[in-house]
Design a protein around this ligand. Structure first.
Ligand SMILES: NC(=O)c1ccc[n+]([C@@H]2O[C@H](COP(=O)([O-])OP(=O)(O)OC[C@H]3O[C@@H](n4cnc5c(N)ncnc54)[C@H](OP(=O)(O)O)[C@@H]3O)[C@@H](O)[C@H]2O)c1
Length: 233
């Protein structure tokens, strides 16, 4: 199986790429910073099943280019994981217009561009799988998270609509809503917090379970939360 994981130089995306490689899948890694991608490829053993392409999912032409790279290198595309995402956290009155645009363009438009580029290739292969990494923030909005929560809520709706559109093309679509994951996301991590958070490897395990589930079934929405977060109050 040929897979493309966006935002796979670190965090959840890298853990998903590692899990795919461990199962013998071919993986295209992509993120904006090439040096970080090279480090990630080295961490995966740099084998023939790994191909890196630096790209910015906010650009439709880059989305086309990474899908074309998967096809050129591995002959097609079976699994797309839309994982690249950013968080900018401010009250609406303090949020810069540029921050709003970056969040929406990365977390929502980037997913649309990558799906749009990947679907013809999946149809050509007779099917495929798309996993969108959303967030519990998309169903539980909080103050200071308007841009991020809105981007993920919209991603949930996008994923549901796409799932219904392409199921008869044998393309399954799932979206995963993790709670707090122990990564450097949003630079919000504080020392000592990581022990209660979800590990990136746990999200990766869920994604592997989704794409390897028998094709007769589709777990379309998965909520994944820390089992014992700190009590409030
Ligand atoms: N960590 C959490 O608590 C948490 C919880 C729920 C959901 N999530 C979601 O999980 C996903 C991954 O989060 P993470 O915690 O693993 O984040 P992370 O550690 O900050 O990694 C983000 C990855 O995305 C890439 N990226 C960012 N903007 C990009 C762009 N425009 N084009 C291409 N690649 C881009 C980054 O590389 P470059 O900077 O080099 O591009 C990096 O590889 C996100 O969608 C996030 O919203 C995270």
């Amino acid at each position: 199986m040929v897979s493309l994981v966006t935002g796979s130089s670190k965090g959840i995306g890298l853990a998903i790429a590692k899990a795919f490689v461990a199962r013998g899948m071919q993986v295209v890694l992509t993120a904006r910073q090439d040096d970080e991608l090279q480090k990630a490829a080295a961490a995966l053993g740099g084998g023939a099943n790994v191909h890196v392409v630096s790209a910015d999912v906010r650009r439709a032409a880059d989305a086309e280019r990474i899908v074309a790279a998967a096809v050129a290198r591995f002959g097609g595309l079976d699994v797309l994981v839309n994982n690249a995402g950013i968080g900018r956290f401010s009250n609406v009155s303090d949020l810069a217009i540029d921050e709003w645009q970056q969040v929406i363009e990365t977390n929502l438009s980037g997913v649309f561009y990558c799906c749009r580029a990947a679907l013809p290739e999946m149809k050509r292969r007779g099917g495929g799988y798309i996993v969108n990494i959303s967030s519990l923030a998309g169903k539980n909005p909080f103050a200071g998270g308007a841009a991020y929560c809105a981007s993920k809520a919209a991603l949930n709706a996008f994923s549901e609509a796409l799932m219904q559109e392409v199921r008869y093309d044998n393309i399954r679509v799932s979206y995963v809503l993790p709670g707090s994951v122990a990564t450097g996301f949003g630079d919000r991590g504080r020392a000592g917090e990581a022990d209660w958070k979800i590990a990136p490897e746990d999200v990766a395990e869920v994604v592997v379970d989704l794409v390897t589930l028998d094709s007769r079934s589709l777990a379309s929405r998965v909520e994944l939360r820390p089992s014992r977060p700190p009590r409030k109050g």
